[in-house]
Write a protein that binds this ligand. Sequence first.
Ligand code: ADE
Length: 243
Amino acid sequence: MRLDVLTLFPGILEGFFTSSIMARAVERGLVDYSLTDIREFATDKHHKCDDELFGGGAGMLMMPGPVSAALESVGARESRVVYVTPGGRLFNQAYARELASEEKLVILCGRYEGVDQRVIDRYVTDEISIGDYVLSSGETAALVIVDAIYRLIPGVITGESLDEESFEGGLLEYPQYTRPAVYDTMVVPDVLVSGHHANIVKWRMKKRLEKTLLYRPDLLQGKGLEGELRAMILELIGQGGEA
Ligand code: ADE
C-alpha cells in the first residue's frame, strides 16, 4: 500500500513510520509512504498557510492554495483522499478493513479550524473522525487511522492474531494469560491449562460475549445471535431456562 500523508507538522508522524512494526512493513515493501510538508507549497515569503474565516469566527483556517498544491503533488485526484476531522464519519474496524484494501491512500491532516471547504469539495473522498472528542491536531488522529489500516495489510501481522482480536466478529477480545500459572496468589483459569481445546474455545467465546455485554452492548444489537452463542448470551443475562 502507498500512503501519502499531508501535514503542517511531519515531525509528529516521522517516528511512527520509522519505528517498530511499521518500519518492518516499509523495509519489506508492504508499505511505501511519503510525508509531505504542506508549508513547502506556500507561495509567500513567510510560508503562510492559514487565514481568518470569511463571515467571522474564532481561529484560523488552512488556505486552499498550499493544501491543493500539496494534494496535486501526490496525485490526489487519482486516489481515495481521507481528511481527518472531528466533523467526519466515525472510524471503526470495518472502515479500517475497507481502507486497507486500497492500493493508495492520501491522508490530509487538518490543523487550526481545519481546511477551506473548497479543498474538501474538490479532493476529499472520506471525511473521518476517530471519536467524539476534539484533538488539537489531525496528525494524532491520522496516526490512529494509519495504524488501524496498515496492520491489516496481508503479511504485516500474522493472520491468527488478527482473527480473534477485539471487534473481529463484532465482539471484544477475551481475557488472556501467560506464565506463571500462579502469580502473587492469582491463578490462571483452570480451563486454559486443561489442554481441552473445545472447552477453551467455548470459554473464550463466553468471555468475549460477557465483556461485550458489559462494555459495548451496542455491538450486539441487531447481530441475530443463533444456536450456542444465543444460549450463552441468555445464560449470561440470567435467562438460561429459555434457551
Ligand atoms: N482532529 C481533531 N479532532 C479529531 C477527531 N476526533 N477525529 C479526527 N480528526 C480530528
